[in-house]
Design a protein around this ligand. Structure first.
Ligand code: MN
Length: 258
């Protein structure tokens, strides 16, 4: 099994080092990851600046770009082969509910998925890397299960996985759940710079709004590893027919008024 690993916290982050060590025994594993922290970069690509790839002493390759840049260039020429699986993380902090839209960890996995490769984004729920080795063991377990179940090498899929910061024996079994929702973000933070200008810092993500049973927020609060299968189609299928009618009515109204 050929595995490409990326993340959004940067190639030196403890989460990607632990993930690499955990997955290394499973096959040919390569790391191509951002040079610096690129959290919340989603699927951003760098189109107006050159990208450079360097190799660190531990063999990891790092790029002066975004998570999606790393996976994109890895898959379109850098690796020279097609990996069987793209794995991202382990992120420093949860990526649940609306976080998935902004997450660079999810973005890196999604980039692999868009190229037709099965992909998994892994995050630890609390920041600070407590019990990162337990999270990495859980990540390896899931990758092994996917491989043993024949899920790799078939139609692509995209999984978002969050792991509680607990000792291995206290982590409860995997639950497949839907995404919850967060409140709108906390207010922007303003400060005055040393030069007297106002600086704006994006506020923290809001607390959970929809944390009902069956959501990622709920099950992870109860110590479970939580997994949500994601899709990329943003079409509002439920309201497609409603909008078709509304658009027709608007056109009719426009013609009537003309
Ligand atoms: Mn991050």
């Amino acid at each position: 099994m050929k595995i490409l690993i990326c993340n959004d916290d940067g190639y030196q982050a403890p989460g990607i080092v632990a993930l690499y060590e955990a997955l290394k025994p499973l096959g040919d594993v390569e790391v191509v990851a951002p040079e610096h922290n690129n959290s919340a970069k989603s699927n951003a690509l760098t189109l107006n600046a050159p990208l450079y790839v360097h190799r660190a002493a531990n063999g990891f390759r790092y790029v002066n770009g975004t998570p999606a840049d790393c996976v994109h260039i890895a898959l379109t020429g850098l690796l020279g082969y097609r990996p069987d699986l793209v794995v991202s993380g382990i992120n420093n902090g949860a990526n649940m509910g609306d976080d998935t839209i902004y997450s660079g960890t999810v973005g890196a996995a999604m980039e692999g998925y868009l190229f037709g490769i099965p992909a998994i984004a892994f995050s630890q729920i609390e920041k600070g890397w407590a019990h990162i080795d337990a999270a990495a063991a859980k990540a390896r377990e899931l990758v092994q299960q996917c491989a043993a179940g024949g899920l790799i090498g078939r139609a692509p899929w995209l999984l978002n996985v969050n792991i509680p910061n607990l000792p291995l024996e206290q982590i409860r079994p995997l639950k497949v759940v839907r995404l919850g929702r967060r409140h709108a973000a906390e207010p922007v933070i303003t400060q005055v710079s040393p030069r007297g200008e106002t600086m704006y810092w994006i506020g923290a993500a809001g607390p959970a709004l929809d944390e009902a049973e069956g959501t990622d927020f709920h099950a992870s609060d109860h110590g479970h590893v939580v997994m949500t299968p994601l899709k990329v189609d943003l079409t509002d299928h439920d309201r497609l027919a409603w909008w078709a009618q509304a658009a027709a009515a608007l056109q009719t109204g426009g013609q009537g008024g003309a």
